[in-house]
Design a protein around this ligand. Sequence first.
Ligand SMILES: [Zn+2]
Length: 157
Amino acid sequence: MKLSAHFYLSEFTQSQTATRLMLDNTPGRAEIAALKLLCEKVLEPVRENYGRPVIISSGYRSPAVNRALYGSRDSQHGKGEAADFEIAGISNLRICQWMERSLNYDQLILEFYEPGVAASGWVHVSYREPFRNEERTARRVLRSGRRSTEYVEGIVG
Ligand SMILES: [Zn+2]
């Protein structure tokens, strides 16, 4: 099933976690509609700008898959509104900076990018209307000896 000119639903539903644990990861009609909007408004323009495939690492997450991943209950992945992606050979920081200048989205997060390491981390983006055009950077930090995630405002390299 095609969501837009260059994206197929299967790219957004494949999940190693779902396969490994034999969990259903089939989106409903509302989630498919949300994924289409995400493709048309955000992912197609990104693909067009770089002229390279956008590789989806995580798209839709059913409640069962989200639980298995210990994801937050209100994650936009569960609504079909969000995707994590990368583009081979292009820094995730650069992608976020271009998106910030050029596109509308709900939330854009530069996730776990390490300065100077182009392939590190990934881009999380969500779309819905009305959109917020909100940017965040997620980093792994050590807090009293335990790894946790810290979010800062904006796209920070
Ligand atoms: Zn994500």
